[in-house]
Design a protein around this ligand. Structure first.
Ligand SMILES: Cc1cc2nc3c(=O)[nH]c(=O)nc-3n(C[C@H](O)[C@H](O)[C@H](O)COP(=O)(O)O)c2cc1C
Length: 364
């Protein structure tokens, strides 16, 4: 049973509520969504992947134009978010697997992001990239103890620093790319056990309390309470924020999510070499069936390793995600967490955050 949610401290920042809005690529979580969540007392996160794609800076005919466009579009997005939320806590999510990861991390830190949240890889050199901005909190995403140990040991040895928080992915539910899916069916696997292992490691071996933030499948206050009762300090929520007025994606994308049912969740291979969790549509079905034909080749050379660029297999993830987010919901890839049961209507962030945070007495 509980009443009021406790604040969440990450580095030098204290969020009124222990709720982080998950990054959603290709401007599904842009300045509008992130700024609104931050204004409502959570932590808003701008996804950096593909920001440049639909910006005026991108010219597909020019080599390297995409990376320049991404950097300039991130600067614009951070300026915009500060207009929406001058004092809110704002993070930028950067994927380690992208070729402009270092440049985007430096740009985010220099342009006033409070947090850098990483995904898709181990950010072993991140403290070096942000060394001139010690106030920027560094928050890697991990799915198991081993990844956390590698990051902590490397950062301690090389930079005398530890993560300011860890996002802990629940591979059974998380939207988009997920790791460790082969461990899901092992007897004994549970997000609770990963949290206990991480807590034990931080306290016993590092001698610190690193905030642990669970992500994946969290859709309402009951889910939040369950994660906190399991030992998490906070939650990161992605999919549930899509069906809001403030989400930066096209209305048709939001409505597709709105109408999704649990049986519409599929797992689709990605050019990154991992599985992704998404909603069933023509695109996902064709990838699953192996019948997808791609008209355009690689447009941006965005990933360090890309099956599509390097072998012609799978598809261009940037174009697939962008198509869907711009409203072509049958021919693009629609990432989604596995827990879609609560999306009944498109609501405002103020309303949704109130639903998440109002004092309550819920048996957990
Ligand atoms: C549409 C969508 C796009 C996503 N894009 C990113 C991304 O760019 N970077 C990242 O680290 N995680 C990404 N994720 C994962 C989310 O940040 C978050 O961890 C996940 O959605 C949590 O699970 P939930 O959707 O069940 O709440 C994405 C998820 C979705 C649904």
């Amino acid at each position: 049973m509980t009443g009021v949610l406790s604040p969440l401290r990450i580095g030098k920042y204290i969020a009124r509520y222990p709720i982080v809005q998950g990054a959603m690529a290709v401007r599904v979580s842009g300045a509008n969504l992130a700024g609104s969540v931050a204004n409502a007392g959570g932590i808003g996160v701008i996804a950096s992947l593909g920001l440049g794609l639909s910006s005026p800076y991108f010219d597909q005919r020019k080599r390297g134009s995409f990376f320049r466009a991404n950097r300039l579009a991130l600067i614009d997005e951070l300026a915009k978010v500060r207009q929406i939320s001058p004092d809110g806590i704002i993070g930028v999510n950067i994927l380690v697997a992208t070729r402009d990861y270092q440049m985007l991390a430096q740009t985010a830190a220099a342009q006033g992001a409070n947090l850098i949240v990483t995904g898709a890889g181990l950010p072993l050199s991140l403290p070096e990239y942000t060394a001139n901005y010690p106030d920027v909190a560094l928050v890697p995403s991990v799915s198991n103890l081993h990844s956390a140990q590698l990051i902590c040991q490397t950062w301690q040895r090389q930079y005398n620093r530890l993560p300011d928080a860890l996002i802990v992915e629940n591979c059974q539910f998380v939207g988009g790319h997920f790791t460790e899916c082969d461990r899901v069916n092992l007897p004994g696997f549970s997000i609770g056990s990963v949290i206990s292992q991480l807590r034990h490691y931080c306290q016993q071996q590092l001698g610190v309390n690193i905030p642990l933030i669970i992500t994946g499948g969290i859709s309402d206050r009951t889910d939040i309470e369950r994660m906190l009762a399991m030992g998490a300090d906070g939650v990161q929520i992605g999919t549930r924020f899509i069906t809001t007025e403030e989400c930066d994606a096209d209305r048709r994308y939001k409505e597709y999510h709105l109408n999704a049912r649990v049986e519409d969740i599929v797992t689709v291979p990605s050019p990154v070499g991992k599985m992704t969790r998404a909603l069933r549509n023509s695109f996902a079905q064709e990838v699953i069936d192996g019948s997808l034909s791609q008209e355009q080749g690689c447009i941006a050379n965005c990933l360090e390793k890309c099956l599509y660029r390097d072998t012609g297999k799978t598809y261009c993830i940037l174009q697939a995600l962008a198509k869907a987010a711009h409203g072509d919901v049958e021919n693009g890839l629609i990432f989604s967490g596995a827990n879609v049961r609560y999306t009944e209507r498109i609501m405002s962030i103020a309303e949704l955050m109130a639903e998440f945070t109002q004092p309550c007495t819920i048996p957990v």
